[in-house]
Design a protein around this ligand. Structure first.
Ligand code: WTA
Length: 635
């Protein structure tokens, strides 16, 4: 047992205090006692948050896959590393041991090398949730290539933007991906994307759905053919702690998505630390995180955190609604899942269904429940507690971000007293604070403000790929010397944090972060549109939904509104993916603007949410008259 994994609340408090008083000693002791390093570090932490520049374990060398795989082989080679639950419940699940994982990752790594992949190359993974995706992630890490996983629900435009942004040389995809009753034509979408990507040299195609696909010879290679002859041994590349491990894109307030960069050493240390502390993983537990590896939750808590801890992690290819809304509970029963980590949007959707879906399955194996991705409302929390946990399983409401790499504020399961809707306390090593409107730290324990972090932790993102200035502007400029999260939060008299939601122009729909500016730009591309303003509004299941206010060109005001509405929805859906499609589109003759010409989204947010009695002072608007019309025609 490691002394760095708390067993009770007083141990947590002690660890927390130690981590704040002597952060370098704390992380240095944890890191040196829990991992395989090829060379120790020269300095534990160097940082300057005004640059910002942060490095952890500088000078150290390692390979994260030796920590996730090789070191478990001697004693736990026959332990199941990955349980694969296929989309179709009539197909056999797979149990992949650590020994088999080693073979598959090494063969995949050698396959990448045989195509010419080298340390430092960027490799885009656009794949379904099948074991080969996990093998490929780890294979990249094995050879020191930088993976950029793009969620397989994204459109070809989103994919090509991401491939080009990181100049990926290779794309790994599949002929198709199963999602419930549907097949996503991944290879066709990738083909479309790659037309815009001169950087791509080779494409590896996994056969999954036997779908008909186009083939570009010389560029495209079948996975099963290329991997066949590869050796089961591939030496792990020596990586510096601060070498890039991966890039993962997240939506921002403005413009293009941001490629968040995570590095090898600190990310490994913190995902392992947080996984073990938060979920209190025990050697024989079966752990299931329902996220997709295309998101940070999948990177940190399906792949790296659990595998570095030698855990059994379940990968589910399908969706919660297929073949019916009982699927999650069937999977829990089938694999005797002990720890379930999912999202509020899934909980709300499942809570809408007949309770018999839950009660028909034997889910008594569950011991710990988790949630992530957006604030969880009280009703959903209580339903999860009553009907899934039968008031017997602690719920960990874990707050964190793509940028933070790992869980930042969360109860430790069974240790921290929980309160519905509260993420409660920061993990050891995490120093949150609340800032008021004037940029001053809220000094009282009880308070409210913008959530910032005032000291670096090992898995903080190091930069935005290719754009350090944007990294600084977005996260380190609003409150100098602090990392600004983009979230608002409240703190109660006992120091428990409750995250209240985004305070910037990011809207979280069904757990997916969407940048409103990006959607506006696409709507603006429609020839009939003069201008669009996009805001989020509360939705009972998705958390939020998208509401677009649109003005039409003088020449096209007679155009049929229903046609226009469906054209705009299709345009957004085709360009950015269906998740970004506005639920409501209201056509207006003008958008409320300040005298400097900025759209007053604050007012539009209130209209969309139906809060019609509290606009504040609108007399300073350039065009106050349009507000009345907008309110009257509200959808
Ligand atoms: C939101 C997901 C409330 C928050 C790991 C954050 C949450 C954004 C919670 C990051 C939670 C995540 N309670 N809000 N437990 N977890 N969020 O980058 O607004 O996809 O800034 O990372 O999700 O989303 P991302």
């Amino acid at each position: 047992m490691s002394r760095f994994i708390a067993n009770n609340f007083s141990e947590y408090l002690d660890l927390y205090q130690e981590s704040v008083e002597r952060p370098e000693e704390f992380w240095s002791q944890f890191a040196s006692s829990e991992f395989l390093w090829k060379r120790p570090w020269d300095s534990v932490l160097e940082h300057d948050l005004s640059e910002p520049s942060v490095s952890w374990f500088k000078g150290a060398q390692l390979n994260i896959t030796e920590n996730c795989i090789d070191r478990h082989l001697e004693h736990n080679g026959e332990k199941t590393a990955i349980i694969f639950e296929p989309n179709d419940q009539n197909d056999e699940p797979l149990h992949i041991t650590y020994a088999e994982l080693a073979i598959q990752v090494n063969k995949t790594a050698n396959m990448l090398k045989s195509l010419g992949a080298n340390k430092g190359d960027r490799i885009c993974l656009y794949m379904p949730m099948v074991p080969e995706l996990a093998f490929a992630v780890l294979a990249c890490a094995r050879i020191g290539a930088i993976h950029s996983v793009v969620f397989a629900g994204f459109s070809s435009k989103s994919l090509s933007d991401r491939i080009n942004d990181a100049s990926c040389k290779f794309v790994l995809t599949a002929d198709g991906g199963y999602r419930g009753a549907k097949i996503t034509p991944l290879k066709n979408i990738a083909d479309d994307a790659i037309k815009q990507c001169p950087c791509v040299e080779k494409v590896l195609v996994l056969k999954r759905t036997n779908s008909e696909i186009q083939w570009t010879s010389g560029r495209d290679f079948w996975w099963h053919e290329t991997i066949e002859q590869q050796s089961e041994h591939c030496p792990a590349e020596t990586m510096d702690a601060e070498d890039h491990l991966f890039i993962l894109y997240t939506s921002g307030s403005t413009g293009q998505p941001k490629g968040m960069v995570h590095t090898c050493g600190g990310y490994m240390v913190y995902t392992n630390f947080s996984f073990r502390n938060v979920f209190q993983y025990k050697a024989n537990d079966v752990y299931w995180c329902t996220a997709d590896i295309g998101w940070i939750t999948g990177h940190s808590y399906i792949v790296y955190g659990p595998l570095s801890a030698g855990a059994t992690t379940l990968m589910f290819e399908g969706v919660p609604s297929y073949p019916d809304m009982g699927r999650f509970w069937q999977v829990v029963e089938r694999h005797k899942v002990n720890i379930l980590y999912t999202a509020p949007t899934a909980i709300r959707a499942l809570a809408q269904c007949d309770l018999s879906f839950v009660t028909n399955a034997d889910i008594s194996s569950l011991r710990i429940l988790g949630t992530v991705g957006e604030p969880i409302n009280k009703e959903a929390w209580e339903w999860y507690d009553d009907h899934v946990g039968t008031n017997n399983c602690p719920i960990v409401d874990t707050w964190w971000q793509t940028e933070t790499g790992g869980i930042m504020i969360s109860p430790l399961a069974g240790i921290t007293p929980t309160i519905p809707t509260f993420a409660t306390h920061p993990l050891p090593g995490i120093q949150p604070c609340l800032m008021d409107e004037n940029g001053t730290e809220v000094s009282s324990i009880e308070g409210e403000g913008r959530l910032c972090i005032k000291f670096p932790w090992p898995s903080i993102a190091r930069t935005i790929y290719g754009n350090h200035k944007r990294f600084k502007d977005t996260y380190f400029s609003a409150f100098p010397g602090h990392y600004f999260t983009g979230d608002g939060a409240k703190r109660d008299a006992k120091g428990n944090y409750r995250i209240t939601g985004r305070v910037d122009d990011v809207v979280i729909v069904s757990g997916h972060n969407l940048g409103t500016a990006e959607i506006e730009n696409i709507i603006d591309e429609h020839e009939a549109v003069t201008e669009a303003a996009v805001v989020g509004y509360p939705h009972p299941i998705k958390g939020n939904s998208i509401y677009a206010f649109v003005t039409i060109n003088a020449g096209q005001v007679d155009m049929d509104r229903t046609t226009l509405e469906s054209e705009i929805k299709k345009l957004v859906s085709d360009t950015l993916g269906p998740i970004s499609k506005p639920e409501k589109i209201q056509f207006c003759s003008g958008l409320p603007k300040t005298r400097s010409g900025k759209i007053m989204r604050r007012i539009l947010r209130k209209v969309a949410a139906g809060e019609l009695d509290s606009f504040g002072d609108i007399s300073t608007l350039l065009n106050p008259e349009c507000v009345e019309e907008i309110v009257q025609n509200r959808l």
